[in-house]
Unconditional design. Structure first.
Ligand code: ASN
Ligand code: ZN
Ligand code: CA
Length: 327
């Protein structure tokens, strides 16, 4: 067995954090023996293969090419810990096996992605105003695509595609709150650290998804024709309403104001319960072709299993879906 070492790293987003590493031929490799052997590689601007496994002489990481690696490795570790300690899931496939991250993908690449074929996540460096795509919510978003692919398998188009994307935003946000990192407080915004628009605005808003200019706040029969990153708005909004309720609220210094379809009031049950309902629905009731009406049924079944069919939680799930026009 290889030794499990604890180094420290300072990346772009999370302050100085512990990093789990492994002794290498010399120095330390960025390989997390406490989390299935998850590794972090430097693609060095390439677009295929794995490049080079990060290695460091003294296990104190950061600066230069290492900064993105620190954030990606930390993001994978916190996401692993979230699934394990909150959901009881042991890795992406629930088999204890890690995946890997690749940073410095391509040139001027302003995106990040999960790939089923490599069972890995990949991060670009950004370009112009856009910072590296390795913030915690983005890392957890990408790793959660792996969880979705290995559970419900939601098809990445139409309404199921919106649910797939929303699942990644929901757990990306859940991980950001779970981390409780003082450099990156939890919020219901996606990619707020990246500055992808160059004006300080986030990529997506869960309280009122249409604030991005393209996402749907409510279900309509044409919602499945939108790009999956916009049809996701309906479920992101559902999750916000279920967690925090409708109306105005400030959390960790961020102000939200969540509307509902036809003006109903929703009382939130708290994010912890909302997360558990979504996870149970994803892993027990949703399938590759689940639609928005199917997601309503799936989450009601999950709420019934977890809290009872006459519980306040069950009623809140129904009210939150009605609040986004999923009847
Ligand atoms: N960053 C995007 C995502 O994870 C990449 C994509 O469009 N698949 O959704
Ligand atoms: Zn995604
Ligand atoms: Ca966020």
């Amino acid at each position: 067995d290889e030794a499990i070492e604890t180094g420290t790293g300072t990346g772009d987003y999370n302050g100085t954090v512990p990093l789990t590493t492994t002794p290498g031929t010399s120095g330390y490799d960025l390989k997390d023996g406490a989390r299935g052997g998850h590794k972090t590689y430097d693609l060095n601007q390439g677009t295929s293969g794995t490049g080079t496994l990060f290695n460091d002489a003294d296990d104190t990481w950061g600066g230069g090419r290492q900064s993105a690696a620190v954030d990606a490795h930390y993001g994978a570790a916190v996401t692993w810990d979230f699934y394990k300690s909150v959901m009881g899931r042991n890795g992406i496939k629930n088999d204890g096996v890690g995946s890997y991250s690749r940073v410095h993908y391509g040139s001027n690449y302003v995106n990040a992605f999960w790939s089923d074929s490599c069972f890995c996540m990949t991060y670009g460096d950004g370009y112009g105003n856009a910072n590296p795509l390795t913030s915690l919510d983005v890392a957890a978003h990408e790793m959660s695509h792996g969880v979705t692919a290995n559970t419900a398998g939601l098809r990445y188009s139409g309404e199921s595609g919106g649910l797939n994307e929303a699942t990644s935003d929901i757990f990306g946000t859940s991980v950001e709150f779970y981390a409780n990192n003082s450099s990156d407080a939890g919020d219901y915004l996606i990619g707020e650290k990246i500055d992808i628009n160059g004006d300080g605005t986030p990529l997506r808003y869960m309280d009122k998804p249409s604030k991005d200019g393209a996402s749907a706040d409510y279900w309509s029969k044409s919602v499945g024709r939108l790009d999956v990153h916009y049809s996701s708005g309906v479920a992101n909004h559902f999750f916000y309403l279920l967690s925090e309720g409708s109306g105005a609220k400030t959390i960790n210094g961020v102000s939200y104001n969540s509307p509902t379809y036809s003006g109903s009031t929703v009382t939130g049950i708290g994010r912890d319960k909302a997360e558990k309902i979504w996870y149970k629905a994803l892993t027990t009731y949703m399938t590759s072709t689940t639609s928005y009406s199917g997601a309503r049924t799936a989450t009601l079944s999950a709420a019934s299993d977890l809290y009872g069919a006459s519980s306040a939680e069950y009623q809140a799930v129904a009210a939150a879906w009605t609040g986004v026009n999923v009847k």
